[in-house]
Ligand binder design. Structure first.
Ligand code: ADP
Length: 772
């Protein structure tokens, strides 16, 4: 799949932008989230620490005050028996320590002085004084103003209260030290609180009484409610026994018993479900108690919370402070920020994409123009030397190089095309797939008789070749790797005529060796084939003629030689008959008659044979002498080549001659063979035969001259059986002469000026040529 450069560039730009922004967004998100969660834990721990310090700060003065009061009583600074002074002392203590709900002193005698705060603005303090004097018990309630002035008094003699039975009294007395009670809900104020009790001890008589201080710890809940822990975070204080003693929502920590009294709600039943989930321990089995600050994470109702549990404040205050807050309180902002950033990233990517498109278009426009121009130039539809569109330097340089290459390629193509089109050889480009012609030159079209090269395109070699030649697969590989093949075939022209062709083909391949096309070079060898046929025929004719001639000449020679002895025999027989006369033995006469008759008969046979041979003059007709010379020369070519002899023919404008061309060919071949045999022993550089043929009037004069040793002395040329060769018959020259003469010419030998022999003969010029 191909993408447009524009789209690709725009997508890349937008994608990269988006990736970059996303990477920054997420990296910053995760980093910030981690930091914020760590910060949240720190914050929760700080809140816990703060709550601890606040609680300590809230309670410690109480201890100091209680112990001070106890010391004062002990050292008789305050006469514990003087209830008025004691009430005043306790009143002052209450006034200066705002977290105190009440201060009181109970003695071993059952006396009791207590000052406590009220909700009444007219009388913010109320004292309760129980006196046991002389078996009489008086119980008085006094409401006082800020300035200790009495607002109201009331006697409540039925009040059964006895401090000595109270747990705080009993524990302080038995422990002999300041004790802290567990938190409980004050009966009077119905507020959560604790009581501190310090014993007043006399060295002689032991414990004299116990000073107690009630501290309302609802203030601690107020403090917790004012703490800002994230958006929805809360802190609470859990007593070791699981009671929730402080919580921002004070009402939650109180539960009414069946008898109408109040108690603390346990963490396992606490109505703040998130606090329950955070601190009730596994399956609500109890409060989470830890030795050190412990941070954790939990999920409630699909929301993630972070929480911290502090170790108990102290032995006296075995309280655990738990703090929790939704994680979102800290990370919501960055989550919103992340979402916003992703949208911004998408927006930036979209804008980048649009800008990228525009930019790509701007960048791509000259590139496109350049590509279009290059295509047009390569297709030859635009002049490469024309003005180029404005583009980038790099493209201009590439363009220049490309143009050079295109021009060079076009030149090469033109040259190749011209070479192809104008070649004197028939050429065609063949498809490697189906063997069809892709392109052909005029010569090829002419060769197969097509109207034009275009007419040949698409035609397959298999369609025009002789089926027999195709089946033979006559083409043989040649050249490296079988790249070139050559063979001969018979083709059918469009007009139906059969021609002989010689094929040369090469395969053009690409860099990977895959065939691109084949180039076929074809030569019409029909004439050569015909000539070969003619020469073969001539050769056969000559063999036949040579046999006939030789036999004829031998017969003629024998007849000539035998004629005289036979005549002599006949004559002698006749003479013998005459000599014997009439009286001779008839049997003898008969014998002599028979001898004479047979010898005459033998003479007749020989004469008949001679006249029969002489009659074989063959038919005479006009023919092209130069052509025949060429054919005859080809016949002796193998012998000449073997003997290293060069044959040079000098013929100019020869007319047609009349004669029997087989006879004439025989003469030429005989003369050439004699010359080759004569030259063979000569040094190689002198092995030359020159055939010189000229017209002389009505005759053509042909001379065959060689560079051999010449005619040996004592050789009678043109004489039958005259030979200098061990296997020669001595008939050749006489046959030649007979043949030339039979064709109306002359044959002779003339000694050349230099070395060698020269045999010449004449032939009559053909009538038509002679008349011309
Ligand atoms: P043959 O070739 O059988 O000997 P020919 O009649 O053709 O018979 O030749 C007769 C002789 O003439 C040859 O033996 C040779 O000695 C001589 N002769 C013919 N042609 C040449 C020549 N070109 N050069 C030298 N001697 C020749």
């Amino acid at each position: 799949m191909r993408f447009s450069l524009r789209i690709l560039l725009a997508c890349c730009l937008a994608g990269l932008q988006f990736l970059a922004v996303l990477t920054v967004v997420f990296s910053s998100y995760f980093t910030s989230e981690r930091a914020l969660i760590a910060h949240a834990r720190d914050l929760l721990r700080d809140v816990g620490t703060n709550a601890i310090e606040h609680s300590k700060g809230f309670l410690n003065p109480a201890q100091g005050a209680a112990e001070l009061a106890a010391r004062l009583a002990q050292n008789r600074v305050v006469a514990s028996e003087d209830h008025v002074q004691l009430e005043q002392l306790l009143f002052q203590q209450l006034q200066i320590t705002p977290q105190f709900a009440g201060v009181y002193y109970g003695s071993e005698e059952g006396n009791f002085v207590m000052v406590m705060r009220t909700e009444d603005a007219q009388a913010p303090f109320r004292s309760k004084i129980i006196r046991n004097e002389g078996g009489a018990r008086s119980i008085e309630l006094i409401w006082r103003n800020d300035d200790f002035s009495v607002v109201a008094r009331e006697q409540t003699p039925e009040d059964p209260y006895d401090p000595r039975n109270r747990p705080w009294y009993l524990r302080a007395k038995s422990d002999l030290t300041t004790i802290w009670t567990d938190p409980y809900i004050f009966f009077t104020s119905q507020q959560p609180g604790i009581t501190l009790a310090a014993p007043v001890v006399d060295a002689e008589s032991g414990v004299k009484g116990v000073v107690g201080v009630d501290i309302e710890i609802s203030k601690i809940s107020d403090f917790l409610s004012r703490l800002k822990i994230g958006v929805q975070g809360k802190a609470l204080i859990i007593h070791r026994n699981g009671d929730v003693i402080a919580h921002p929502d004070l009402d939650l920590i109180k539960i009414t018993r069946e008898d109408g009294t109040l108690r603390f709600a346990n963490i396992a039943e606490f109505e703040d479900p998130i606090a329950r989930a955070a601190f009730a321990g596994h399956a609500g089995r109890g409060p989470v108690l830890v030795d050190q600050v412990t941070a954790s994470q939990f999920t409630w109702d699909g929301e993630v919370y972070v929480s911290t549990v502090m170790p108990p404040i102290s032995d006296k205050l075995p309280w655990t402070i738990g703090v929790y807050a939704p994680e979102d309180d800290f990370t919501a902002v960055i989550k919103q920020n992340r979402t916003a950033n992703i949208w911004i990233a998408a927006l930036v990517a979209a804008i980048s994409g649009v800008i990228g498109l525009a930019l790509a278009d701007y960048i791509h426009r000259p590139v496109r123009a350049f590509a279009v121009r290059s295509t047009l130039i390569s297709q030859g539809e635009l002049d490469p030397t024309g003005p180029a569109p404005r583009t980038y330097k790099e493209l201009e340089r590439a363009n220049a190089t490309l143009m050079q290459q295109i021009l060079a390629r076009r030149d090469a193509e033109r040259e190749y095309g011209q070479t192809f089109d104008l070649s004197s050889r028939a050429m065609a480009q063949i498809s490697p797939k189906d063997g069809a012609v892709i392109r052909a030159n005029a010569k090829f079209a002419e060769l197969i008789g097509a109207a034009s090269p275009a007419d040949v395109v698409g035609c397959r070699i298999a369609d025009i070749a002789h089926p027999g030649d195709l089946a033979q697969s006559a083409c043989a590989d040649s050249g490296p790797g079988g790249a070139e093949t050559s063979c001969e075939m018979r083709w059918y022209r469009r007009d139906g005529a059969m021609i002989h062709v010689s094929l040369n083909s090469i395969v053009i391949r690409d860099d990977q060796g895959r065939p691109l096309h084949g180039v076929l070079m074809v030569d019409d060898i029909t004439r050569d084939k015909a000539r070969e046929g003619q020469i073969a025929q001539l050769n056969r004719d000559l063999s036949h003629l040579a046999r006939g001639n030789t036999m004829g000449q031998m017969a003629a020679g024998l007849a000539h030689e035998l004629n005289q002895p036979l005549a002599a025999i006949a004559q002698n027989a006749d003479t013998a008959l005459l000599t014997l006369g009439e009286g001779a033995d008839p049997e003898l006469r008969e014998l002599l008659d028979e001898i004479e008759r047979q010898s005459l008969r033998a003479g007749d046979i020989i004469r008949a044979l001679r006249s029969f041979i002489r009659k074989d003059e063959g038919t005479r007709h006009p023919f092209d002498f130069a052509d025949l010379l060429d054919q005859a020369q080809r016949l002796v070519h193998p012998e000449a080549t073997e003997a290293g002899v060069r044959i040079v023919t000098l013929t100019v404008g020869l007319p047609q001659v009349t004669g029997n061309h087989i006879h004439v060919a025989q003469v030429i071949v005989n003369l050439l063979r004699n010359a080759i045999e004569a030259i063979a022993p000569e040094p190689e550089n002198e092995r030359l035969i020159t055939i010189h043929a000229t017209r002389e009037g009505d005759l053509v004069r042909v001379c065959v001259q060689d560079s051999g040793p010449g005619i040996r002395d004592g050789i009678n040329l043109f004489t039958q059986f005259e030979t200098s060769k061990p296997d020669g018959m001595g008939l050749g020259l006489s046959i030649c002469r007979a043949l030339v003469e039979a064709n109306g010419g002359q044959l002779w030998h003339e000694k050349p000026a230099g070395r060698g022999a020269r045999f010449c003969f004449t032939l009559p010029v053909a009538a038509a040529a002679a008349a011309a």
